[in-house]
Design a protein around this ligand. Structure first.
Ligand SMILES: C[S@@+](CC[C@H](N)C(=O)[O-])C[C@H]1O[C@@H](n2cnc3c(N)ncnc32)[C@H](O)[C@@H]1O
Length: 286
């Protein structure tokens, strides 16, 4: 199954950070364990209006957001006759072009075919798409390119599911950080008590320093109990990224971009029409 949440606020957050990491680190090797499809036809509903629609609007007036690698990648696909939302893999292909070697994994054959299509379309000479368990394939891949400049993006639906004998997504995240590769790990949650949960889970499994850039959706009083990530961006839901091995400068620029984006949401109504807020928190695990 491809990414049914494409273009929502949590997706925008993930992709803003991911593109920033890629543009700064310029990896020679890039892998995604849960790649999704290449691109999705843009739909105009309340969630997308709050997510990608809002970003397109504010990035035309906030210089830092407009200059971001994410804005550049996004515009390439939204400003054409058939507006599409590029998934993380297509954004990476767009930011890095043919300077990197790619491994994209997805168990969904439709997503895999679409990724192959975009790899050909962009004339990438080293783009491999595999239809198999991503954590297993990425763990093997890490051994084949040890010592090179590697970035791994992990973005699962189920962070704890594992094939027999294989790694779960959070286990893979720890393995990636231990290998010295840069990590971008996306997570979501349904209640305020789960804020930054992925930071704690990954930190239990590695001694590598981690940074977490987390967003909690609240009502106008700063509370939220109606979290349902599957349904939408409601008070009590949240999302974030855990970063490792990306360097202080990259963390600082992701932090700046994140704060700039969060500020643009001041006074904006949530997708369901009620008043609400986005609360940004940065945490470190050293
Ligand atoms: C959240 S979506 C990925 C979205 C994408 N990374 C993006 O940001 O545009 C998760 C994807 O993981 C795929 N998936 C689920 N289990 C998997 C597994 N064990 N190995 C590889 N892919 C898997 C699903 O088919 C789905 O396309």
């Amino acid at each position: 199954m491809a990414n049914r949440h494409f273009g929502k606020a949590g997706d925008v957050w993930k992709h803003l950070m991911l593109c920033e990491v890629l543009a700064a680190l310029e990896p020679t090797h890039y892998a995604e364990s849960h790649a999704g499809s290449g691109a999705y036809d843009l739909v105009h509903d309340d969630e997308r209006h709050y997510g990608v629609g809002h970003f397109l609007e504010v990035s035309s007036v906030i210089a830092t957001l407009g200059a971001s690698a994410y804005a550049h990648a996004l515009h390439r696909f939204t400003s054409t006759g058939r507006a599409r939302y590029p998934g993380s893999a297509l954004q990476a292909m767009t930011v890095l072009g043919d300077t990197s070697e790619y491994l994209f994994c997805d168990v969904d054959p439709v997503s895999a075919d679409d990724l192959r299509h975009w790899g050909r379309n962009l004339e990438l000479s080293r783009c491999r798409v595999v239809e198999r368990d991503g954590p297993t394939a990425v763990a093997e891949w890490l051994d084949t390119c040890a010592g090179s400049r590697r970035v791994v993006h992990i973005d699962p639906f189920d962070p704890f599911a594992a094939q027999p004998g294989g790694l779960s997504a959070v286990q893979l995240a720890a393995h990636v950080t231990e290998s010295g590769s840069a990590l971008v790990y996306w997570y979501g949650f349904d209640s305020p008590g789960e804020q930054a949960w992925a930071l704690a889970e990954i930190a239990q499994r590695t001694s590598t320093p981690l940074t977490c850039l987390d967003v909690l959706v609240t009502d106008e009083t700063g509370q939220g109990t109606n979290g349902d990530l599957g349904a939408g961006t409601t008070p009590g839901t949240g999302f974030g990224v855990v970063l490792a091995n990306v360097g202080e400068e990259v963390i600082a620029s992701c932090d700046r971009l994140g704060r700039d984006l969060i500020r643009t949401y001041g006074g904006k109504r949530l997708p369901d029409g009620q008043h609400g807020r986005l609360r940004f928190t940065r945490r470190q695990q050293v």
